[in-house]
Ligand binder design. Sequence first.
Ligand code: PLP
Length: 472
Amino acid sequence: MFATQLIRKSALNGRAQMLARTAPMTTAVKTGYEEYWMPFTHGRKFKAQPRLFHGAEGMHYFLEDGSKVVDGAAGLWCVNAGHKQKKIADAVKAQVDKLDFCSSFNIGHELPFQFSRKLLELVPNRGFGHVFFTVCGSSAVDSAMKIALAYHKAKGNASRTRFIGRERGYHGVGFGGISVGGISANRKAFAGSLLGNVDHLPHTHSIKDMAFSKGQPKWGAHLADELERLVTLHDASTIAAVIVEPVAGSTGVIPPPEGYLERLREICTKHDILLIFDEVITGFGRLGSSFGTEKFDVTPDIITCAKGLTNAVVPCGAVICNSKLYQALADNADSDKGATIELFHGYTYSGHPLAMAAGLATLEVYEEQKLFANANNLAPYFQEAIHSLKGLPNVVDIRNLGLMGAVELSPVPGEPFKRVIDVFERAFDKGVFVRGSGVNIAISPPLIVNKIQIDQIFNTLGEAIVESAKYM
Ligand code: PLP
């Protein structure tokens, strides 16, 4: 049963909680919680009333008192196979005992080679030939940008140094990533220190033209033509690469308009500009396929990924590259006796044995449990469930694709994020964890989710939205 059918009944039960919530929020920090500087967090608020998880299994987190919270966010878009998958845990445990660390600088071990091969099997016949391992999504993005620059230089096009990102894009927190990213707050915090040679495409979201679209909106393919305008402005000879998320995730799930990615690909090819798909969220089954490139049948030159790469059990990122990129750098190194190293870039933890063991086991779990197919099969149900929230108070848009979706709420005047925080807290207190992101509530459950859990997520979210509307 979908959300709107259940809301009236359960909204009455939430009365006591609602009254408790109207008490003023203290920001006094609880003793013992001062030292940890939390990322992207209103730390004083959190530390006044910490929400701490003590365990997790499958679709659930556990609180200290043993109560269960449904994980409607796959942790942070990353625990795609669900929590505590035995095969992955066992692989990591065994690897610690066998080879805990080995550098990848001029020495190595078997696992990164095996894992690269397996990753390339996920995207067959698209020209990808090499994988570079990093430590997270941010380092994957910055590595991809460096690879793009190095490629053009190796090909004798050293003037191609400009990057084109997109408004409302999120590409992590490295200086490369925030420069090509399009989240104003992240940019403003470091304005003046961003990379200079960057321009941005317009984002593709328009409430006027596409509100409540199911899946890919029909409107908006023409926005890709803005790339032609930027090429005319800067000249193709100055542009190294375009980077976009196939579906923008962190800024509120924005699926690409039909035909948009295809058009970007055409323009990049025409002008010899590399196309980078940042698939840190859209990779590993989130859209019901291995990557967005398979889902949309559009092939970039580089894919960046992380998160679901290891089911988040060990931090890791990867840059999957078209063969021509590695080849150009290898040829360049061969032709210059002083430059034996192909790429002047790498991390102590590139190809870390624990991450590689986790990643190999994760790919086996995806395959054995047919999780990409499960996501694909459930996507229509998920779509109907999320769109059943249409018509609830303050809901101004709903977007979805695969097993990712967002409900956009109208902001409280002068306090744009207050409503989303309130809805997030109400849903959490009712046992469902979703992600508040600006004016959006984002939902991205692990791919092991079933219909009953999808109902629970959206019924609870609906209740929280209705209750919250009574107070703001
Ligand atoms: N790129 C995209 C598309 C992301 O969504 C994220 C994180 O959410 C990143 C990059 C950064 O990844 P990380 O937080 O692992 O550095």
